[in-house]
Design a protein around this ligand. Structure first.
Ligand SMILES: [Zn+2]
Length: 224
C-alpha cells in the first residue's frame, strides 16, 4: 500500500472489511482493494477467527444463464449499471453499494440469495472480458445477461417468455413482480434521471403483464 495516504489506507481497509463481512473470496478482495495480503489475512482472522480461504474462483459463465440465476444476475447488473451511470464511485464501492441494494431487494422480496458477492464480481469480469454480454429484451426493453456473441436482435428475456422448466408460470410471474420495488426505488432514490424513471415504468408494466400471464395460466389450469 506504499504511496497511499493514511486516510486512503483506512478507506481501503474498510472496503476490505465490508467485503469479508459479505463473504467475498480472497482473490476478489485482493483484486478490488489496495491492501496487502498480510494485512488482509490479519483482518480476516480478527473478523472471522479463521484463515483466509484459498482456491480458484469456481464459477463458469454458464451459471449466469440459467433461468433463475439469470434473473438475479440481470437485476444486480441493472442496479450496478445505475451506479456506473450516475455516480463517480470507485469500482469496489460501486460493487458493494450495488450488492447491498441487491440484498435489500432480496429481503424485501423474501427471495433466496442466489448471487453471492463473489459471483456478482465475477459476472462483471466476465462482461468486461466478453465472456458474457447484455442484451435488451425486445418486449420489456430491460437489459439481461446473455451469452457472449448471442444475436442481439429479436431477444426475448426469460421473464417475458419463461422456459418450460420454469414451471406453471406462477414462479415466473412472482419472480418478475419482485422487480417492481427495486426498480421503482432506483428511480426515486436520488439517482432518478428521466431515463431511470422510464426504466422503472417499463418494469412496472413488465410486472403488470406478468400478473396477467399468471392469471391466464391459472385459468387454463382450472380448465384442465
Ligand atoms: Zn422481457
Amino acid at each position: 500500500m506504499a504511496g497511499h495516504g493514511l486516510i486512503e489506507q483506512m478507506h481501503q481497509q474498510q472496503l476490505a472489511i465490508e467485503m469479508i463481512e459479505l463473504g467475498a473470496r480472497t482473490s476478489v478482495i485482493m483484486q478490488s482493494v489496495a491492501i496487502s495480503y498480510g494485512r488482509l489475512a490479519r483482518i480476516h482472522r480478527e473478523k472471522t477467527g479463521t484463515h483466509l480461504p484459498k482456491g480458484a474462483l469456481p464459477f463458469a459463465a454458464d451459471w449466469f444463464l440459467q433461468w433463475r440465476p439469470n434473473m438475479h444476475a440481470s437485476l444486480f447488473y441493472n442496479i450496478h449499471r445505475q451506479f456506473e451511470l450516475r455516480t463517480s464511485a470507485a469500482p469496489a464501492e460501486r460493487l458493494l453499494k450495488s450488492y447491498r441494494l441487491y440484498l435489500q431487494w432480496q429481503e424485501d422480496a423474501w427471495e433466496n440469495a442466489l448471487l453471492s458477492l463473489t459471483r456478482a464480481w465475477t459476472m462483471l469480469r466476465f462482461l468486461d472480458g466478453d465472456l458474457l454480454q447484455t442484451t435488451r429484451c425486445t418486449r420489456c426493453e430491460i437489459l439481461f445477461i446473455d451469452h457472449a456473441n448471442a444475436p442481439r436482435c429479436g431477444y426475448v428475456c426469460g421473464l417475458c417468455q419463461p422456459p418450460a422448466r420454469a414451471g406453471s408460470g406462477r414462479e415466473a410471474g412472482s419472480a418478475q413482480s419482485r422487480w417492481r420495488p427495486t426498480v421503482q426505488g432506483l428511480a426515486t432514490d436520488g439517482m432518478g434521471a428521466n431515463e431511470d424513471r422510464q426504466e422503472a415504468a417499463t418494469s412496472v408494466e413488465h410486472a403488470r403483464r406478468s400478473n396477467r400471464f399468471v392469471q391466464g395460466t391459472q385459468r387454463l389450469n382450472r380448465l384442465c
